[in-house]
Design a protein around this ligand. Structure first.
Ligand SMILES: Nc1ncnc2c1ncn2[C@@H]1O[C@H](COP(=O)(O)OP(=O)(O)OP(=O)(O)O)[C@@H](O)[C@H]1O
Length: 136
């Protein structure tokens, strides 16, 4: 599987803009993108503060590639790059200490919200039934 260039991902997410953000999980933020080839995709940018190393990221990619099934959200691609940061100083561009790590996973976009919201709704319904019986 060929990695997706970071410039492509920055361009389609408008530089990971908040206006395209549709959710946040334990490992990072998810952005919704409309494409020509795929109708819509979900771009998951992992938070570097989670400290996911390259080996863990590669394992995650392998697991997604292996888990191809009609009932599992389709994995489309990934990106794993480190970019040095630059600033403008006295008219010249100079590198600064530090780098930006982009670990990104792309999936087909699923409508209908997350499964846990559906399950949570059902559990609330079940609990309310138990409450009802308790008071009868
Ligand atoms: N493929 C997708 N299609 C549509 N929305 C998605 C998709 N993937 C994630 N999302 C949205 O982004 C939110 C965060 O997803 P994410 O996978 O990052 O976190 P999670 O489901 O809590 O799992 P974890 O934190 O373990 O990674 C989801 O609740 C959902 O609203």
């Amino acid at each position: 599987m060929v990695p997706i260039p970071i410039n492509t991902l920055k361009s389609i997410t408008d530089n990971f803009s908040d206006t395209q953000k549709v959710g946040s999980g334990g490992y990072g933020d998810v952005y919704k993108v409309k494409l020509n080839t795929w109708k819509e995709i979900a771009v998951k940018l992992l938070n570097p503060l989670q400290g996911i190393d390259d080996q863990q990221f590669i394992n995650e990619i392998h697991n997604h590639i292996k888990a191809q099934h009609p009932n599992i959200v389709r994995f489309i691609g990934y990106c794993n790059v480190e970019e040095k940061e630059f600033i403008l100083q006295n008219g010249s561009v100079v590198p600064v200490f530090g780098k930006h790590i982009y670990k990104v996973l792309c999936f087909e976009y699923m409508h209908g919200g997350s499964l846990d919201k559906h399950l949570f709704g059902k559990w609330q319904f079940r609990d309310s039934i138990f409450e009802h019986f308790h008071f009868c």
